[in-house]
Design a protein around this ligand. Structure first.
Ligand code: FES
Length: 221
């Protein structure tokens, strides 16, 4: 496993909690009131409740079951049933590194994962879920880019194998999008779309609709 894109950074607001699947690892991703993002194994160290059901309380995440609080380092810092107790520092969930790059949240589930290199003129557009396997999703985008010359003129480049990243560009390189593929389940793919920062709003809408049309084709294969 490697560095994986798991969502748009702006979709996780302060005090937000979301769930993500990276390989076999079920994750709770949350953002503190001050904006710190954490990615933890989705399992409370107390009785195993999913932490993605929890609530953000300032700079801590509170489990929905018995209310144990964990700070941004993962340390348990409050147990409601024993408010005077200083919880042992060993009580903490498994923690993974998470970074924000190009408007995307990236999770590393292995210690030596390499950061992904991307062009720096991209903005995060949206994420689309496709009900198909990964090869079908990739093939659909490649085929559509070749057919729809008006948008990309058929220039498709693979920027990365793991995670799978495609670049669809005009020959001049002036226009284009980058697609980051995430596969949370064998028959489900999430395409995180980044667009060159030159697009006008109406052009971004057109690109977004084009991606929706590709989704339909991929799901019909
Ligand atoms: S299961 Fe999380 S506090 Fe009890």
């Amino acid at each position: 496993m490697s560095t994986e894109p798991i969502g748009l950074a702006r979709d996780l607001a302060p005090k937000g909690v979301m769930r993500a699947q990276v390989g076999q690892t079920d994750l709770a991703i949350w953002r503190s009131t001050n904006g710190v993002v954490s990615a933890w194994e989705n399992r409370c160290p107390h009785r195993g409740m999913r932490l993605s059901h929890g609530f953000v309380r300032g700079e801590s995440l509170a489990c929905a079951y018995h209310g144990w609080h964990y700070d941004c380092s993962g340390k348990c810092n409050y147990i409601p049933a024993h408010p005077e107790l200083e919880p042992p520092s060993t009580i903490r969930p498994n923690i993974y590194s998470v970074v924000e790059q190009a408007g995307i949240l990236w999770v590393n589930t292995v210690a030596d994962a390499k950061p992904v290199s991307l062009p720096n003129d991209l903005i995060a557009l949206r994420s689309i879920t496709l009900d198909c396997n990964l090869p079908s999703a990739i093939d659909a985008f490649k085929a559509a880019a070749k057919v729809d010359a008006a948008l990309f003129n058929g220039t498709v480049t693979e920027l990365s194998q793991h995670p799978k990243i495609l670049s669809l560009e005009s020959p001049s390189g002036a226009n284009g999008i980058v697609i980051l593929f995430q596969q949370p389940h064998p028959k489900s793919v999430v395409a995180h779309l980044l667009a060159k920062d030159v697009y006008q709003t109406n052009e971004l809408v057109a690109v977004s609709r084009w991606c929706e049309s590709v989704r339909h084709k991929a799901e019909q294969q």
